[in-house]
Design a protein around this ligand. Sequence first.
Ligand code: NAP
Length: 518
Amino acid sequence: MPEMLASYIAGAWYTAPDEGTVVNDAATGEPVARVSSTGLDTQALVDHARSVGGPALRGMTFQARGAALKALATYLDANKVAYHELSLATGATRRDGAGDIDGGIGTLFAYSSRAKRELPDGYVLVDGDVESLGKEGTFAGRHVYTSLPGVVLQINAFNFPVWGMLEKLAPTVLAGVPTIVKPAGQTAYLTALVVRDIIASGALPEGALQLVCGGVGDLLDRLGGEDMIAFTGSASTAATLRGDDAVTARAARFNAETDSLNCSILGPDAVAGTQEFDLFVKEVGREITTKAGQRCTCIRRALVPEPAVDDVLSGLRGRLDRVVVGNPRSESVTMGSLVSLRQRDEVRDAVNALARAADVVYGDPMSVAPVDADPQRGAFMAPVVLLCDDVDRAEPHEVEAFGPVTTIIPYSEARDVGQIAARGGGSLVGSIVSYDPDFVRDVVLDAAPYHGRLLVLDRDCAGESTGHGSAIPQMVHGGPGRAGGGEELGGMRAVRHYMQRTGLQGSPAVIAALTGDS
Ligand code: NAP
């Protein structure tokens, strides 16, 4: 039997006494680890965060917290070879692993350097100027942000076991709030390896980070108004958590990043032969094969002018024909597997649901011949493209196939395309690939309220573009409606997200004294 993953709680490693659930290598089917949190003392977890981790972090200035992040990033960077090796077991290629591992460490570096430049050597952040509140000038007010005295419970999805933890940890450390991380069971072994190193690094004070491998048990019963639940995963789990008494009765803060039917829009000007056409085809092809399409930002809907559909399809065929699916340990492989056989079944079911409204025009969702792997034991799937001619069908705007799958949706009128994009009900990201400023402006105005991030991709920015699907520290990650209504990253605003905003009123001298080092 593989080893049981330990949780880290109140300064010690805890191993559940039962057999737990066996987690298998996504590509080979070999057992990797067992996961269970049976017997975990959730009160001790929360108490330790509140009484040890929180005070230690709050006792450090923003500058000291930023320096701690840098030390942590440097330590993890020096130890990352082991993370990359283990990441292969999740089905990710080395390139996919870089997005997760180096992307996560890079986010720590990015927040540490911004903290150095932008945050004070104090404990309070001010928001806006001093407001004069009386005619005589003796009474004033200013908004301040202070650290939450509670804990941030991260509940994360399986697809980014490293980045998913670190992109939340960076701003919470700067905010002075301790974290409990609960990774998805399927890839918890990789998160657990990194957490072991975080603890060993000594970069963060004891109690700043604890780990739960397995279910959360009654942990939510212990959370209230000074705490936050930072969730990433499916919309249905988000709905369950949002309805928990911790949120509805005790007002624990809740942030959700959920599934999203992201679109990419090809402009009518971008006909075959233009640079924008090539950029669009490349971007769609890359999105559905990166991490085998298991990115929450992946392009699920490709909105294409009717006359361009055949050209787009043949461009995609050309790209996807070169994709080599297989064991990510094999040099020739360019697309790995889905995370588990169960996940592959779910994606196949979703393709079946989409196929009620669309035709599969590329790839066979039920069959693939993976390189250096057994298709029965590994969770492999071919890239799949569907074409939905009926713009009135709901499925492409509602069904998320969380795998290497996209649907081409032709549109006839340029003025409608922003509204078609909005039918996703709120998305993390959309892209507009066009060199026509009028078209771009109209679509941005229609589509922006439904998106957390919009990329306008053209020949001028393509060379430096970070791409449709990459969430980066500087820009918002999150989206309205179906995407969960939450917000992460987006520069230093993410730090304030984990703090309390208070309108501080008093004499100008008192206000100045209290905010002087901010
Ligand atoms: P999921 O089933 O919702 O699981 C997400 C996390 O929630 C896991 O850690 C899971 O733990 C935990 N969980 C499930 N039920 C829970 C409950 N009742 N109480 C507390 N925790 C609970 O999602 P998934 O299938 O792992 O992830 C895929 C989905 O996430 C996709 O739909 C994708 O679009 C979305 N996603 C969104 C983003 C984003 O940033 N917006 C990023 C990645 C993925 P266990 O694993 O132990 O069950």
